[in-house]
Design a protein around this ligand. Structure first.
Ligand code: SF4
Ligand code: MG
Length: 324
């Protein structure tokens, strides 16, 4: 299977300014050396607490933010250094759906105008063609043709997210990043929007990067899942392996905090101690060591690298490398 998106050792550091001269006194390492690929037609879920760098990762991949180091490939083309002009045709292939549809939708525009906007900017369809396309998009995301003339405030949160999805799909992208796309919705509505996204993926052959703080959300839709902690990928594996045989102590802790509905066994509850350390001053060695029940001496001095444990299951933890 071909990969459509690939990132290699991707980093995004934000400078911290301080003192009266506002000099750079340090960096927030929001994304700190992330490598993975996403196959054509696949959904890769990325989970992590807020502050883990997952949203920054999404923005850097779409080049809404410049990367600090590393490379981004889209359909085998290295897009890391492309300028805006060169990016323009590629941008049509990559879209993002954000968490709060109400915040990201201009409330003064009708639904028709909102869905038509990307068509106006990015295509040269005629007025009639655009109208036809808007109607078909409304249908595709489960809204009525008569909804065209309404305004965002007349819709529920779930319906507004359908409008955001229609906008994202208007110009036929190949790759869609969903950043906490269902997190603001009630659980029952979440399921509807996730099902819609899965159907659209089938219908249009989309590839998804699905970012969420919530492991139970990502579970529905992902083929593989990556877990981020303080800007680093600590585990990535096919979905079944992540949920049934998690290796990293952090993944195990995250999983033990969500209700286990599929597997008929008691899971030992691992409580995460303390808060996420500041990404501007992460712990030495393994960044998770201040909260890890399995931490040992080596964890303070040596940073664990992702190693392959077989069947596409990668983990970055000294418990699993050869010297353990
Ligand atoms: Fe815990 Fe050490 Fe593994 Fe980090 S490397 S997760 S501190 S055991
Ligand atoms: Mg976020």
């Amino acid at each position: 299977q071909e990969s459509i998106v690939k990132v290699e050792n991707l980093k995004k550091y934000f400078p911290i300014k301080g003192g009266i001269l506002k000099r750079t006194i340090g960096h927030v390492k929001a994304v700190d050396g992330v490598t993975f690929d996403i196959k054509q037609g696949e959904t890769l879920g990325i989970v992590g607490e807020s502050g883990s760098g997952k949203s920054t990762l999404g923005r850097v991949i779409l080049k809404l933010l410049d990367s600090t180091e590393g490379n981004i490939f889209f359909e085998d083309q290295d897009i890391t250094k492309l300028n805006n002009k060169k990016m323009r045709p590629i941008r049509r292939d990559m879209q993002i759906v954000f968490q709060d549809p109400f915040a990201s939708l201009n409330t003064k525009m009708s639904i028709e105008q909102l869905i038509e906007e990307p068509l106006l900017i990015q295509t040269d369809l005629s007025k009639d063609e655009r109208k036809e396309k808007v109607n078909s998009l409304l249908k595709v995301v489960g809204l009525r043709p008569s909804d065209r003339l309404k305004y965002p405030h007349e819709f529920s949160g779930g319906q507004r997210q359908r409008i955001s999805i229609a906008r994202a799909l208007a110009i036929n992208p190949k790759f869609v990043i969903a950043d906490e796309a269902v997190s603001a919705l009630d659980v029952s509505i979440q399921a509807q929007v996730l099902n819609l996204m899965a159907d659209l993926q089938e219908e249009f052959g989309l590839t998804y990067l699905f970012i969420s703080h919530d492991l139970s959300v990502v579970k529905h839709i992902s083929d593989r899942v990556g877990v981020m902690y303080l800007g680093r990928l600590v585990e990535i594996a096919p979905k079944k392996a992540i949920y049934e045989e998690p290796l990293h102590p952090y993944t195990q802790a995250l999983l033990s905090s969500i209700p286990d509905t599929d597997v008929d066994r008691e899971r030992e509850v691992i409580k995460l101690e303390g808060d996420l350390p500041s990404p501007s001053n992460p712990p030495s060695g393994c960044a998770f060591r201040t909260r890890c029940p399995m931490a040992h001496e080596r964890c303070a001095v040596e940073r664990p690298e992702l190693i392959h444990k077989g069947d596409g299951h990668y983990v970055a933890c000294h418990l699993y490398d050869d010297e353990a």
